[in-house]
Design a protein around this ligand. Sequence first.
Ligand SMILES: Nc1ncnc2c1ncn2[C@@H]1O[C@H](COP(=O)(O)OP(=O)(O)OP(=O)(O)O)[C@@H](O)[C@H]1O
Ligand SMILES: [Mg+2]
Length: 268
Amino acid sequence: MTPAHLLEIETQAKAEAAAADSPLAIRGMTVFYDQKPAVFSVDATFQPGRMTAIIGPNGAGKSTLLKAALGIVTPLAGKATIFGAPLSERRDRLAYVPQRASVDWDFPARVADVVAMGLYPKLGLLGRFTGAHRAKVKHCLARVGMEDFAHRQIGQLSGGQQQRVFLARALAQEADLYLLDEPFAGVDAATERAIIDVLKELKSEGKTVIAVHHDLSTVPEYFDDVLILNVRKVSEGSVAEAFTHEALDAAYGGRLDLAGTAALPVSA
Ligand SMILES: Nc1ncnc2c1ncn2[C@@H]1O[C@H](COP(=O)(O)OP(=O)(O)OP(=O)(O)O)[C@@H](O)[C@H]1O
Ligand SMILES: [Mg+2]
């Protein structure tokens, strides 16, 4: 065996060890829609107990990458592991809040019912919904400041209020990994603050948060790590290392107004 072979084996072993420790590890993920690649050969290893932003222009494949990792769309190639195992063995450890536009808001359910859905996976088919469960729903709604809306139909809430309720449902799941697709889209400053406070609280409890995010100016304040995407991976790592002008330029193709990101580190 040549030194090159040994190095390759060692690199592979390291990558596998990193994947086993990672709340979400994605390898060679490739998704095509109508013969066009939406995500191409993406590897990403998300770090435990940290908050990671997935950023990139519209159509970059951010939502698709999450959906492929969650088995909502079928990739052409690639795989994802959750805490070192396939999704089917780890479903109870993750909570997903989809992009708002993809949710049917005419669905006839009250706010409390929507949050209670977060409890069902652990309750099982025959489990009884008890007073303790009701208290849990109330507590999760209180955490996002929506306790007064428990009996309202979900379709009769504003967009920001709906977003808070879906976060409450994710909280009810008591997951270890939270995947959120644009949790701040279309919400006002107060709701954004409320949501980021809850996410930071989750992080302080040791949970991992991964969120698709559009506002580049808040990336350094809100997140520890970034994954920058434009069909392919552009960069990955801590905000200090990976969130650079160069990487953003590569991802956004010079279409970006960098005025709001003046504080960015400039890579050499
Ligand atoms: N179900 C689908 N069928 C065909 N093409 C799709 C489908 N879903 C997404 N696409 C296309 O795949 C590409 C990636 O879409 P995706 O929704 O993953 O992007 P995104 O990065 O989340 O964008 P945004 O910032 O607008 O949410 C886009 O070009 C989109 O038009
Ligand atoms: Mg999207």
